[in-house]
Design a protein around this ligand. Structure first.
Ligand code: LLP
Length: 417
């Protein structure tokens, strides 16, 4: 696979070098301008709701709040993040989407009166018993799904998500006088037009079958972004027009104006972010070349988890000009003590070398389109602290998460006895 000379990015080399000089390596960097641009392409939808699991830093959430984007939370922690970012539960600025409640989360939801998008009938029961009349959505499993990977397919009989027979939710809703506000379908991440048409028509028939006085339908998230060099961006107008037709049909059927909501994560932040890493080792085995960097799969997990492809660019430390006419097959790996800690691999976990120019120790390797499911999926595996996050707003870099210290990381255990 050939690596193009120039990768489309909103960051330039000078800026990247000055960031590593200031904040070290590895670091996550986001550009607010790109986030803003992506939001603007979605303005035709009545409500844009951000799936914060994709990038949950509270400063990113604050930025989105200023841009009039509402928020989806999937855990108590995500509710707390949304509150810290200034979101108000009473105006449905926060909606809790999940398939289960734990005790603490349910209490918070009831105390703050947060609208719930229920993915199971048991949730409706548990909520209704304690908070009759609560505002709810139901998340419907349309009995099919689609994802960029089996692990991101959220519909069909193999999915734990959503309600399989939504008509069985109605007696529970009635029993507790729950206020059914909307219907929601999210079939997975990386949706294509074929599946989109199917999900639109499933929404239409489901709304008619249930025949409830709903106010809103949600198209869920899943809008793809071009990760690979040859992929093109999704046509949002086409995406909107398919959903808008569905909304109109449902509105006409019920004789009232149903609102159309969309709930992307990746589409909003993926392209705004990069991961900057530094090269520490260059080694060869029989006939393979390995470049080892200071970020591991505890930082960027997507390649290991799904075989995800992130474009790679190189910035030289010694100002040498990269020679793209003489590339070599290169494997990029991290510092984790596990052989799978390889950023250049496919869905089967097999190594996929990239054709890259000569990389030297001290150079920087940049992973592109890592603004979604990058930092938010990081872990402390190998007792590695979480790395800093930087947001560039109006050309000014601001640190929005400092590096975790090893002392902080160990404190959870030191505190026990
Ligand atoms: N709404 C619901 C109910 C979801 O479950 C998700 C994602 C989204 C919206 C946002 O999906 P997006 O627009 O970001 O594709 N870690 C995986 C993605 C898992 C997505 C889980 N749910 C990845 O790195 O690709």
């Amino acid at each position: 696979m050939n690596q193009p000379k120039k990768i489309q990015t909103s960051f330039n080399n000078r800026q990247i070098l000055s960031l590593v000089k200031q904040y070290g390596s590895p670091i996550w960097v986001y550009n607010a301008k790109t986030i803003n641009q992506k939001i603007n392409t979605l303005r035709k939808f009545d409500i844009i709701r951000f799936a914060q699991k994709s990038c949950s830093n509270i400063h990113i959430l604050r930025l989105l709040n200023k841009l009039n984007v509402q928020i989806d939370a999937v855990s108590l922690g995500e509710i707390e993040r949304a509150l810290l970012a200034g979101y108000k539960p009473e105006k449905d600025e926060i909606i809790f989407t999940a398939d289960i409640f734990d005790k603490e989360t349910l209490k918070k939801i009831i105390d703050l009166n947060i609208t719930v998008n229920a993915g199971s009938i048991d949730m409706l029961e548990q909520l209704g018993k304690k908070s009759p009349g609560h505002r709810v959505w139901i998340r419907i499993n349309p009995k099919f799904g689609h994802g960029h990977n089996n692990k991101t397919n959220t519909g069909g009989e193999n999915s734990k998500h959503g309600i399989w027979n939504p008509e069985l939710a109605l007696p529970v809703i009635k029993k507790y006088k729950l206020h059914l506000v909307g219907l929601h379908m999210h079939i997975g991440s990386g949706v294509d037009y074929y599946h989109l048409k199917k999900v639109c028509s499933a929404m239409e028939s489901c709304a008619i079958l249930l025949n409830q006085n709903i106010q809103t339908i949600s198209a869920g998230g899943g809008l793809p972004v071009p990760y690979k060099e040859k992929e093109s961006p999704i046509d949002i107008n086409n995406y909107f027009s398919l959903w808008n037709k569905t909304r109109k049909k449902i509105s006409n059927y019920f004789g009232n104006n149903i609102k159309l909501e969309i709930e992307p994560g990746r589409f909003i932040t993926a392209e705004s972010g990069i991961l900057i890493t530094k090269v520490y080792v260059s080694k060869t085995t029989k006939n393979k070349k390995f470049i080892l960097i200071d970020a591991g799969f505890n930082d960027l997990m997507r390649p290991v988890m799904y075989g995800s492809y992130h474009q790679i660019s190189i910035i030289t430390a010694d100002n040498r000009i990269l020679d793209y006419t003489r590339t070599m097959k290169t494997i990029i790996g991290g510092p984790i003590c596990e052989s799978g800690d390889i950023f250049t691999q496919n869905q089967q976990g097999e190594i996929e070398e990239r054709d890259l120019p000569e990389i030297k120790i001290g150079d920087y390797i940049i992973f592109h389109n890592t603004g979604a499911y990058g930092s938010s999926m990081s872990s402390n595996y190998n007792t590695r602290p979480l790395i800093p996050e930087i947001l560039i707003e109006n050309n000014l870099p601001k640190i929005i998460r400092r590096k975790q210290t090893i002392t902080e990381l160990l404190q959870l255990e030191i505190d026990t006895y």
